[in-house]
Design a protein around this ligand. Structure first.
Ligand code: SDX
Length: 430
């Protein structure tokens, strides 16, 4: 296997090095292309372009493989927890018992926000989308801790901010929901673990202790875990883009929240439920909608289907589909949207349009149904995704900061606009 690529341009042959990763993925390293040939590469949507080398997560889209630091997602889903998996992603290995306790204790220590932050929440009108509040308040949180601007002063300080952000994104998210519904903010409860505490802050009312069903907390913890990282997706690439300018951790992750919000990315779970509700409302068994999703002029897509990398089943979708059945039967819920989703999946997987384009259910196709079953409001679905993805964003941020060779991300372009022309005074313009 050659470790060089030959490129012929204008009759001249250039040699470019190649790189092979630990899973035998191969790339042509074009870092020297422009200096030696005056050409750049162009790759709309970066479908063929690696922005970095990374040790955090590996996906094989053809085989439907997803591993966090080499451990298959199926094993973590069955045996781990969200916080333990967060540690694995950020620090590279599963924590020992003392390490896990230290990490969990630091997260618990920082579960409260600075009390003055509540005045910022009160500034948002009821009905504000919680993703807008979340991205703003993550950045706002950095104003209440002057040390954050000097986050790079030592590992201990960085580790504190890692745990603090994982803890506070959950508190901010719960407060975002409460504020958007005009409800009183519910403080965290020191006696509760990460995910039950989030459910408490989301749903408890003053002077009433919410009964948190273990199966509900377990289902949500699994959803967080399955969303924890996913290579260089749109939002993680955004975090790395901002981090490459040496911005602080909170600023970079706040930018990640904004990128995740889009309906083609993290907003898809909300879009899936809205799609299923529309199908149910119209009395369609899904067949009409499938026809529309195949018709480019309809402006409709089968939300929760398709993926830039997976050209086979998204392993997370398989795990969530099974969890769906488990949770709904344990909670004794019979949701017509689940039946519609299963019919849509069955029909699409037999339909040549989807088969030819290798469009399979992705992580978002069933996740919304579980969240709906445990009472999460649909506008909070992408916020749940953001809480889950926070460890992946932090792990990628840390990778950038620890790589001395990291340069600021600054892609080139091919200009296709007007060539040189000159200023025309206002009265002479036609
Ligand atoms: C996530 O990157 C990640 O890792 C993301 C994520 C993560 O964990 O971070 O996995 C989470 O964002 C999952 C994706 C959630 N989004 C959706 O479910 C929205 C619906 N899906 C599509 O918009 C689309 O499949 C994307 C955005 C997911 C992928 O888009 P691509 O790779 O740019 O694919 P494409 O748009 O070029 O589609 C190729 C073809 C096109 O048809 P042709 O031009 O070849 O005729 O497939 C069609 C598309 O029209 N197509 C769909 C479709 N998805 C693609 N047609 C109908 N319904 C769909 N859902």
């Amino acid at each position: 296997m050659s470790n060089e690529a030959k490129l012929e341009l204008d009759g001249k042959v250039f040699t470019l090095p190649t790189i092979t990763g630990s899973e035998q993925e191969r790339a042509v390293d074009v870092s020297s292309l422009r200096a030696n040939t005056n050409f750049i590469t162009l790759d709309d949507g970066y479908g063929n372009t690696g922005s970095c080398v990374s040790k955090v997560t590996f996906i094989d889209g053809d085989k439907g493989i997803l591993r966090y630091r080499g451990i298959p997602i199926e094993e973590l889903a069955e045996k781990s927890s969200f916080i333990e998996t967060a540690y694995l992603l950020i620090y590279g290995t599963l924590p020992t018992r003392p390490q896990l306790k230290q990490f969990s204790d630091t997260i618990a220590e920082h579960q409260f926000l600075h009390e003055d932050m509540k005045y910022h929440f009160q500034g948002f009108p009821a009905g504000s989308h919680p993703m807008a509040i979340l991205s703003s308040m993550i950045n706002a949180a950095s104003c209440f801790d002057e040390g954050l601007m000097n986050w790079h002063e030592g590992k201990a300080r960085f580790d504190t901010y890692v745990a603090k952000l994982i803890s506070q994104v959950r508190t901010i998210a719960a407060y975002s929901h409460r504020q958007s519904k005009g409800l009183p903010l519910m403080y965290p409860k020191q006696s509760l673990k990460y995910t039950p505490n989030f459910l408490h802050m989301l749903f408890s009312m003053p002077y009433e202790d919410l009964e948190i069903k273990p199966e509900v907390a377990k289902a949500l913890d699994l959803i967080f875990l399955l969303h924890a990282d996913h290579e260089q997706n749109c939002s993680t690439s955004t975090v790395r883009m901002v981090a490459s300018s040496q911005a602080n951790l909170y600023a970079s992750c706040s930018a990640g929240v904004c990128a995740l919000w889009g309906p083609l990315h993290g907003g898809a779970n909300q879009a899936v439920i809205e799609m299923l509700e529309q199908i149910h409302r119209e009395g369609d068994d899904g067949s009409k909608f499938i026809l529309a999703a195949k018709d480019k002029t309809s402006g409709k897509k089968l939300m929760g289907f398709g993926h830039r990398v997976y050209k086979n089943h998204d392993p997370r979708a398989k795990i969530i589909k099974k969890a769906c059945d488990d949770v709904l039967s344990k909670l004794n819920i019979n949701d017509p949207l689940l039946d519609i989703a299963k019919k849509l999946e069955e029909a699409a997987l037999k339909d040549s349009y989807f088969v030819e384009r290798k469009l399979y259910p992705n992580v978002d196709f069933y996740s919304g149904i579980i969240m709906r079953a445990i009472g999460i409001p649909v506008e909070m679905f992408t916020v749940i995704f953001a809480i889950g993805r926070m460890p992946g964003w932090i792990a990628n941020y840390k990778e950038i900061m620890e790589e001395p060779k990291t340069r600021i991300y600054r892609p080139r372009q091919i200009y296709t606009g007007r060539t040189e022309n000159h200023y025309v005074p206002l009265d002479e313009r036609k």
